[in-house]
Design a binder for this molecule. Structure first.
Ligand code: FA5
Length: 337
């Protein structure tokens, strides 16, 4: 029995098979246990002899198994090390490096530009109250001009903001006429517009507001001019057209010439050769008053621009949807090394 067991132990090559051998010889149902169990039936003289022999055999087999186990484990470890060797001379796999989204870059560029002119950067909520989105901006309930911005309502009093202008009202409201304001506010806005090359149902705006004593339309023009020339270069043409917004009086819209469209125009500028990038004007006296500013003392200008359209113009992007479809081939063209 001992010989047979030792032979088996020698042949075994895996830890699992070794365990099987252990169970079959030394286990509860194995031959040695059986012998020891049958001791009671033996005579007094036989008992110690058989007992000693059985224990010896058990010990020998146990030792052989333990020894074999150590060898198998060692082999296993070596095999594993062999398999897992790293060839440090292999060339590395390239790691793709990301970069800021074109829209993020343009917003930051515009922020820097206005910070340079003394504006601070603020934020406001994307889920806005009807009051700040409309009423505080001289758009009472039922006002026909509310239709200019088709809205996503959440409840009767809450909606996804349709522009960043509510942040004007929030900022002035916070100060209640106690000091001048010079801020910009970038953020997402939402409208039930039909998506096309220049319209998206969710887009970005950057609001600007300057309220102080003696702020005039010429100040607005100066700031916008400086902004446009600095962003687009001296050769871009700018035009201000009279317009209407309920929260500014007078109101204007600013267009920029489409340098990239020669001849027949292109999808961004259509036939006209111009694209509208912002609305602006002098803050309506009623808006100042509602926020606690005395229109006899304070005046101000405000503007709201669309950075997508600005990026389209600056970088020759022909469709606003490129910003949102997340095609890496489009995005990585604008990653700086
Ligand atoms: C407004 O949203 C006004 N709040 C702007 C304003 C602020 C006027 C302060 C006066 C004083 P308007 O709806 O025109 O205005 O939008 C402003 C700019 O957002 C547009 O010039 C355009 O650049 C951009 N824009 C408007 N609709 C979309 C759209 N669906 N997709 C992409 N950009 C848009």
């Amino acid at each position: 029995l001992e010989k047979e067991a030792l032979e088996k132990v020698k042949q075994v090559t895996s830890l699992k098979d070794l365990q099987d051998v252990r169970v079959s010889y030394l286990g509860k149902k194995g031959p040695i246990t059986e012998v020891l169990r049958g001791m009671g039936k033996l005579s007094k003289e036989e008992r110690p002899v058989i007992g000693e022999l059985a224990n010896k055999v058990r010990q020998t087999i146990t030792d052989a198994i333990d020894e074999r186990k150590a060898v198998i484990e060692e082999e296993e470890m070596e095999r594993q090390m062999e398999e897992e060797t790293i060839d440090v001379t292999l060339p590395g796999r390239p790691v793709r490096v990301g970069g800021p989204h074109l829209l993020t870059s343009i917003v930051e560029e515009i922020e820097d530009l206005f910070i340079g002119m003394g504006f601070e950067v603020r934020e406001g909520p994307e889920v806005e109250t009807d009051y700040y989105n409309f009423e505080a901006l001289n758009l009472p309930k039922g006002h026909p001009a509310r239709d200019m911005q088709d809205s996503f309502y959440i409840t009767e009093e809450l909606l996804m903001r349709t522009h960043t202008s509510p942040v004007q009202a929030r900022t002035m409201n916070q100060y209640q006429g106690s000091k001048s304001v010079k801020m910009i506010c970038p953020g997402k806005v939402y409208r039930r517009d039909t998506d096309d090359a220049t319209h998206s149902h969710q887009f970005t705006q950057i609001e600007g507001l300057y309220v102080d004593k003696n702020v005039r339309l010429s100040d607005l023009k100066g700031v916008l001019n400086r902004f446009a020339k600095q962003l687009f270069g001296e050769d871009r043409e700018i035009r201000l057209r009279p317009s209407f917004f309920p929260f500014t009086e007078p109101s204007v819209e600013m267009d920029i010439s489409c340098k990239m469209c020669h001849g027949d125009g292109c999808s961004v500028c259509k036939q006209s050769g111009w694209i509208e990038i912002l609305g602006a004007g002098l803050v309506h006296p009623r808006v100042l008053k509602m926020a606690g500013y005395d229109p006899e003392v304070y005046s101000g200008f405000a503007f709201g621009m669309g950075p997508e359209r600005i990026a389209m113009l600056k970088y020759g992007v022909d469709d606003i949807r490129h910003f949102y479809t997340n095609d890496i081939r489009f995005l990585k063209q604008y990653h700086q090394a």
